[in-house]
Write a protein that binds this ligand. Structure first.
Ligand code: URA
Length: 271
């Protein structure tokens, strides 16, 4: 159906439905197809709506960090990724360390041009101590493959290295304690580009309170605490995409942007 086939009252009802669902901005230039049952037209015509998607850890985290970039001074003595991992292993003050089965520090190639930061380890990651090995990771592998990448060409970590018990939302204290470690992690890995997956890490790393649907797909120059501006893009988390397949199209646009950026050689400095 096209908009011309609806009367004004129906169009207003569709708009009201979108506002009620939280839409406050058009994020595509052209209308995208919706899955059956989820569009305003389906609601008006009485088609069965889809189940509401599950919430993510984004719901409970502070939208922006009060101290951005977080103070790194106390971590300056950690001069290698091995030092950083060892310091995290000894971080007795963090409650998450005591309830998780294993720490998920990183996977992939620490020298890669691209660093990917996910949310928190899931059940499989917690068991195996490796980021993105479960269903979300398998989907991430497929997204990477769509632009010719695999784990040998990226460096993967998570916003938090331990799974919160029962997958609860991490507290602000836990996030504040671990954020300097994440920023030091980026400094030490020193990637050319950073991709952040999911609303919770995107809000904190980009230091913006906007919804992920607004934040995604644009490059932001982020200072991870060493004065170097690293181009950073947020995109949709693979778990979210498996629950909301209609959004895969947006994610694909982001990955194409990433592909183009990777295809552009890094600027060389003049001697
Ligand atoms: N989701 C994430 O964000 N990271 C993982 O490691 C697994 C699932």
């Amino acid at each position: 159906m096209t908009p011309q086939q609806f009367n004004q009252q129906q169009l207003l009802a569709m708009l009201a439905w979108q506002v009620a669902m939280g839409a406050d901005e058009a994020v595509l230039d052209t209308p995208a197809d919706e899955p059956a049952g989820s569009s305003p037209a389906d609601v008006i015509s009485g088609a069965r709506p889809q189940a509401k998607t599950a919430t993510t850890m984004a719901d409970g985290l502070p939208a922006t960090a009060s101290d951005h970039p977080p103070s790194q001074k106390t971590l300056d003595h950690l001069t290698s990724l091995a030092d950083l991992a060892a310091a995290l292993e000894q971080l007795e003050a963090c409650p998450l360390k005591h309830t998780a089965s294993a720490m998920c520090f990183a996977d992939g190639n620490a020298g890669a041009r691209l660093m990917i930061i996910g949310e928190v380890p899931g059940r499989d990651e917690d068991r195996l101590g490796v980021p993105f090995v479960g269903a979300a990771g398998q989907f991430l592998d497929r997204m990477m493959a769509s632009i010719g990448l695999d784990r040998s060409g990226v460096y993967l970590t998570n916003f938090l290295p331990w799974r919160p018990p029962g997958n609860r939302t991490p507290t602000a204290e836990e996030t504040d304690m671990l954020l300097p470690f994440l920023f030091r992690h980026v400094q030490l890995a020193n990637p050319e580009l950073v991709l952040v997956l999911g609303g919770a890490p995107a809000k904190v790393i980009l230091n913006k309170g906007d919804n992920i649907l607004k934040l995604r797909g644009r490059w932001h120059d982020i200072d991870y605490g060493d004065g170097i501006m690293r181009p950073t893009m947020a995109s949709l988390h693979p778990s979210y995409l498996t629950r909301s397949p209609a959004q895969k199209r947006l994610a694909f646009d982001d990955w194409l942007g990433l592909y183009r950026r990777l295809a552009t050689p890094a600027p060389t400095t003049l001697a």
